[in-house]
Design a protein around this ligand. Structure first.
Ligand SMILES: *Cc1c(COP(=O)(O)O)cnc(C)c1O
Length: 638
């Protein structure tokens, strides 16, 4: 059993769980806990209707949808779009902005067909458009976006074919704006539009001087990967003017990075970009749009701070600052205001999906009474035993150092052959007993000395999860991104174990050992002890942006099962089921033909049969298993 805390027993409530996992901070208004101690989802936000996530998972399992399972709530996606548009509408009203807002969704954030189709449908009342960052994404956007007048913003590296396609799309009445990001694209756009005899809609992406902060801080500045420097923009204006195409230049774009956690940075960027905008208009460009890019943050830890996993502003502050700043700058110069465009990806797509996975087992630090000592035992063992007995609230810090030193000595003695394997086991066992006793004292202290902070980590249980971090939470592995993780049931019960999560891959990086906390991060997560014969489900939240497409096939764990859930007046409805990869599919990705593999096994068993190394029955069982596995889920099934 994992180490249980011995804090004085006050009945644990769901409010305690809410506070512990900080659900209100990151989950409002979509996630909360019900009286049964289960996570509930209110996909329409404040507009009513909710469902019990645990019961939903149980009923999906009965439909043979095994865990891990990605559950998408279309209503949340709709609510996010509504919210963003409402925030801009309020800001526009508040500041009397004589223009409008027309958002676009960056397809790179989540390209899944059902999601993009939903997005276009939900965005229709707001003429919400799409942003493409590559040729394949342009192809998705062109074919899917059918909202009249919704913008299609073309970013990223472009070749001749990309630009030609985007210009031709104007003939279908599509406001397809080509954002010039590289110097070469200017000449290419001029040449292609001349050849086609079609005037393109053009934008420029500016490299701002304003620095983003944190992970994507290098997305701006003169050496940024994308965009034109101010001298390059001036050059582009001159080129367009010479080609008599300056009226094509209608949009200014910037993107200072994702997950901007500080509102100050956003304000600085808007200020700089607004000035560039009015200057471009003064130079004779036919300016119509100011596209503020992405960067609108998500509060993953619910702390409302400028910590990288959080943000110190809300969506309304964001819209207000953009609207107010742009209006002021344009008024000063007596220029009409632009249509405002934003490319918020993370803020739109993060909340809509929840990943639910089960715990397969735990590995716990040894605990319990170490038993009595014999006079004849080795001195080092007796020393450890004495240390163990003597631990009190007064000396626990000193005792920890003694125990650690004795344990190290024991290992060193073993290395020189002075301690038997059994004696070493005894020493280690006593060391763990000391740690357990000290940790219990630590947990009751207001303040824990720095050198004891690692004790929780040392004593934490490992929870083995039926998941691949590389497939389902790649940013947690690659860039230490934090996602809220918590059990989706038993939340009326005190989670008195501490654990880290280890995934199914044979890779020591396949783990999660950083969790959200009010201050900074915590290295262990509060969890419940497993009960035999009962499943234990964890949910990872806010992972709807970037994770699905960046996930990889490490150890050949494939896409998870995905369901789309939509709220109905009577409950909910499963709109789509997208089955996760089967083993034969992932084998196909690495060029194996499942038929060939099966044939190879058949031949080998035939040979073994002839050599009488296998019985007919065994051979049949092996073939059956092999064949069945080929068409089964890549994850463990119960
Ligand atoms: C990635 C990206 C976005 C989306 O950024 P979020 O922070 O997810 O909103 C928007 N615009 C451009 C150009 C991007 O590269």
């Amino acid at each position: 059993m994992p180490l249980a805390s011995t804090a004085p027993q006050k009945a644990w409530t769901i409010e305690d769980s809410e506070e512990l996992y900080r659900i209100q901070g990151w989950g409002e208004p979509y996630f909360s806990i019900n009286a049964a101690g289960h996570v509930t989802v209110s996909p329409k936000g404040d507009r009513g209707g909710s469902l019990d996530l645990f019961e939903l998972v149980e009923s999906l399992k009965q439909r043979n949808l095994d865990l891990p399972l990605l559950i998408r709530f279309s209503d949340i996606l709709e609510d996010r779009i509504e919210r963003l548009n409402a925030c801009f509408a309020r800001a526009i009203a508040r500041y009397n902005y004589p223009g409008s807002y027309r958002g676009v969704f960056p397809v790179k954030c989540n390209q899944q067909r059902h999601l993009i189709e939903d997005l276009v449908r939900f965005g229709r009342p707001h003429q919400f458009g799409l942003e493409a960052g590559s040729k394949p994404e342009l192809m998705i956007a062109l074919a899917t976006l059918n909202t009249p007048d919704a913008l299609l913003i073309c970013n990223g590296y472009k070749d001749r074919e990309y630009i030609e396609t985007a210009i031709l799309a104007r003939r279908m009445g599509r406001p397809c704006i080509i954002v010039l990001e590289q110097v070469e694209e200017v000449g290419l756009a001029i040449e292609i539009s001349r050849k086609l005899g079609i005037k393109p809609l053009l934008g420029v992406r500016a490299k701002l001087n304003t620095r983003g902060v944190g992970r994507w801080g290098t997305s701006t500045g003169d050496r940024a990967k994308f965009g034109l420097t101010i001298p390059e923009i001036i050059h582009a204006v001159e080129e367009l003017q010479a080609a008599d195409m300056l009226d094509s230049l209608q949009l200014l774009h910037f993107h200072i990075g994702s997950q901007i956690s500080a509102i100050g940075v956003i304000k600085d960027a808007i200020r700089e970009a607004s000035q560039i905008y009015v200057e471009l208009a003064a130079l004779g460009a036919n300016m119509q749009y100011l596209d503020v890019g992405g960067g609108l943050g998500v509060d993953y830890d619910g702390s409302k701070t400028n910590f990288h996993a959080s943000k110190n502003y809300n969506m309304q502050n964001y819209a207000n600052d953009i609207v107010a700043e742009v209006k002021e700058t344009c008024e000063e110069r007596n220029l009409p205001v632009p249509t405002l465009v934003s490319e918020s990806g993370r803020a739109i797509a993060s909340h809509q999906s929840v990943l639910v996975f089960d715990v397969l087992g735990t590995n716990d630090a040894p605990s319990g009474d170490p038993g009595a000592i014999e006079e004849s035992e080795h001195l080092i063992v007796r020393n450890l035993y004495e240390t163990y007995l003597a631990i009190t609230e007064e000396n626990y810090q000193e005792a920890y150092h003694d125990a650690t030193q004795f344990k190290e000595e024991a290992i060193s003695l073993f290395g020189f052959g002075y301690l038997s394997l059994r004696e070493r086991a005894r020493a280690e066992r006593l060391y763990w007993a000391c740690c357990e006793k000290i940790l219990k004292i630590c947990r009751q202290q207001e303040y824990v000395p720095d050198d004891l902070e690692d004790l929780e980590k040392i004593m934490a249980s490992i929870y083995y999860i039926n998941l691949s971090v590389f497939q389902s939470a790649p940013d947690s592995w690659a860039i230490d991104q934090l996602f809220p993780i918590l059990p989706i049931h038993r939340l009326d019960e005190e989670p008195n174990c501490r654990g880290t999560l280890s995934d199914l891959t044979c890779d020591s990086d396949g783990k999660i050992d950083q969790f959200i906390d009010l201050r900074d991060v915590k290295s262990v997560l509060e969890l419940h002890p497993l009960r035999s014969g009962e499943p234990y489900y964890l949910g990872m939240f806010l992972g709807g942006a970037y994770q699905e497409i960046m996930g990889n096939l490490h150890n050949l764990f494939g896409d998870t099962n995905t369901v789309h859930i939509c709220l109905t007046p009577k409950g909910y409805q499963i709109e789509h089921v997208v089955k996760g990869d089967r083993i034969n599919e992932v084998l196909g990705y690495v060029q194996y033909d499942p038929e060939d593999l099966l044939e190879s096994i058949r031949r080998q068993t035939e040979q073994a049969l002839q050599e009488k190394q296998i019985t007919l029955q065994e051979a049949q069982l092996l073939m059956q298993n092999y064949e069945r596995s080929l068409s089964s889920y890549t994850y463990l099934t119960s």
